[in-house]
Design a protein around this ligand. Structure first.
Ligand SMILES: Nc1ncnc2c1ncn2[C@@H]1O[C@H](COP(=O)(O)OP(=O)(O)O)[C@@H](O)[C@H]1O
Ligand SMILES: N[C@@H](CC(=O)OP(=O)(O)O)C(=O)O
Length: 470
């Protein structure tokens, strides 16, 4: 079916160098040739976001030499890509890359002088990755004969709240994006938007959380009432497990928005957990497609929750780097106010709880959090609570989850999960099932997570061979 408007997202792997960018541009060009208007949304070149975070930390720690070395290596990468895409040394693209790198260097020097890296300054620095790759994509499209114009997230109209590092679009964004990008599209120009970023109402750059370019694309898709949003990846689509862990993981043809959110929340790195939220109301489909095999249909994400009783589980995922926070205190925890103060302290710190469990004697509450949040959680609980409570961290944990709408109301799914784990001698530390019945999650020892994932994947018949005969 011919589409009239598509939003296409290209991730870090699809932007990693001139050849990948040229190929990505050709994928957008294909649809433009078929008559679609296309908005392109790009991530930073692979590895650049992590590099920026590293160099910002180095500058804060007083190591400006390391920070400058990283900037220099990145600069070479951007210049080489521009040159390979045909930019001459005095071209507008090369000038812009030079200016952006100079501003980046100054921002990093500021962090070094102040020895202070605030969430706001970190966002300014980390967003340079996308600001630097957008001109390269516009150049590649130009090289293939298409007029393109690149914009930052803010210039494209994405205005967010003040949550630096994890910002959310404000409702006014949608109309603004429609105006700004609609004008370009009407003039036959392909907008290339730097993903992952927006700006607050004062114009300071904010970022949408790691993997946020997926989210940028769906925000734009909603604003423009796109026919579909396509997220091009280095995998066939959303798979039944992380293919790096489970070699026979299989592409999932259809997923509901709810299933994708559960998958992303429980660690499937393939999409940002909030990516589908802008599409839910309008029902705009999201396709996850393979850049290496563009004719393969990939995964279609839409409103329909096609619960399949024969295949109740669609995927198995895992979150690594988890800590359990155990709160004990005989007699004290049973008091409702104490439990309430515990959650209030967590909420004040804006800490994401992955799992919660309370013993029936009410003398123990266990919380699963990302280990990166453990120190803050301990401090919040110790500071915000009264009574004789002991709060301890148990690091080295992972959360494994099975996801699928078909498990709703199905008996025996949990039993199958537990026997698969028992078969590998995996000890379960904590169990939880969401009320939506879209997932069951268990906390286990992190050292066993890969073995456990493979065993669970096999137990539910999710592998390629099983899929072919199912
Ligand atoms: N269930 C899954 N399905 C597909 N990919 C997954 C899954 N879980 C983890 N991944 C990993 O996610 C990667 C793709 O996500 P990401 O690198 O963020 O994409 P991009 O940067 O191309 O947008 C894959 O290379 C794969 O290793
Ligand atoms: N570059 C950002 C945003 C992003 O979405 O990247 P990718 O599409 O490569 O996962 C990050 O690494 O978080």
């Amino acid at each position: 079916m011919a589409h009239s408007l598509l939003v296409m997202k290209f991730g870090g792997t699809n932007m990693q160098g001139a050849a990948a960018i040229r190929h990505s541009a050709s994928l957008a060009a294909r649809s433009i040739r078929e008559g679609a208007k296309v908005v392109v949304v790009v991530s930073a070149m692979a590895g650049v976001t992590n590099g920026l975070l590293r160099l910002a930390e180095a500058a804060q720690g007083g190591d400006i030499a390391t920070a400058n070395d990283e900037i220099a290596a990145m600069r070479t990468r951007h210049f080489t890509a521009a040159q390979d895409l045909g930019a001459t040394p005095d071209s507008a693209t090369v000038r812009e890359i030079r200016e952006l790198h100079e501003t980046l260097r100054q921002a990093v020097y500021g962090v070094y002088l102040l020895r202070e890296l605030t969430p706001r300054s970190r966002d300014l620095i980390v967003a340079f990755g996308e600001r630097l790759s957008a001109p390269l994509m516009a150049l590649a499209l130009g090289g293939q004969g298409y007029q393109a114009h690149h914009l930052t997230g803010g210039q494209a109209g994405i205005v967010t709240d003040e949550h630096f590092g994890n910002a959310r679009p404000l409702p006014g964004s949608y109309e603004r994006i429609g105006d700004r990008l609609g004008g370009l599209l009407d003039a036959g120009i392909t907008p290339v938007v730097a993903g992952f970023m927006g700006e607050n109402e004062e114009g300071a750059i904010t970022t949408l959380g790691r993997g946020g370019t997926d989210f940028s694309a769906t925000i734009i898709g909603k604003a423009l009432h796109a026919d579909e949003v396509w997220a091009w990846k280095d995998v066939d689509g959303v798979m039944s497990a992380d293919p790096r862990v489970v070699p026979d993981a299989r592409n999932i043809e259809r997923l509901s928005y709810g299933e994708v959110m559960e998958l992303a929340y429980f660690g499937a790195k393939v999409l940002h957990p909030l990516a589908v939220t802008p599409l839910q109301e309008s029902g705009i489909p999201l396709r996850v497609k393979s850049a290496a095999d563009p004719d393969f249909p990939g995964t279609l994400v839409g409103a329909e929750a096609d619960g399949d009783a024969a295949h109740p589980v669609k995927a198995v995922t895992a979150i690594r780097g988890v800590s359990l926070i155990n709160v004990t205190g005989a007699g004290v925890l049973g008091v409702p106010e104490v439990v309430a103060s515990l959650f209030a302290a967590i909420a004040r710190e804006n800490i994401t709880l992955l799992m919660v469990s309370q013993s029936s004697s009410m003398s123990n509450v266990s919380l699963a959090v990302q280990s990166a949040d453990a120190r803050r959680t301990l401090a919040a609980l110790r500071g915000g609570m009264t009574g004789e409570l002991k709060v301890e961290e148990q690091p080295g944990v992972a959360v494994l989850a099975i996801v699928g709408a078909g498990m709703r109301g199905q008996k025996g799914v949990a039993a199958r999960l537990f026997s698969a784990l028992a078969g590998e001698d995996v000890n379960i530390l904590m169990i939880s099932q969401g009320s939506s019945e879209l997932n069951i999650s268990v906390a286990i020892d992190a050292a066993e997570v890969d073995t456990a994932t493979r065993a669970v994947h096999a137990a539910f018949g999710l592998g390629q061979e099983a899929g072919a005969t199912a």
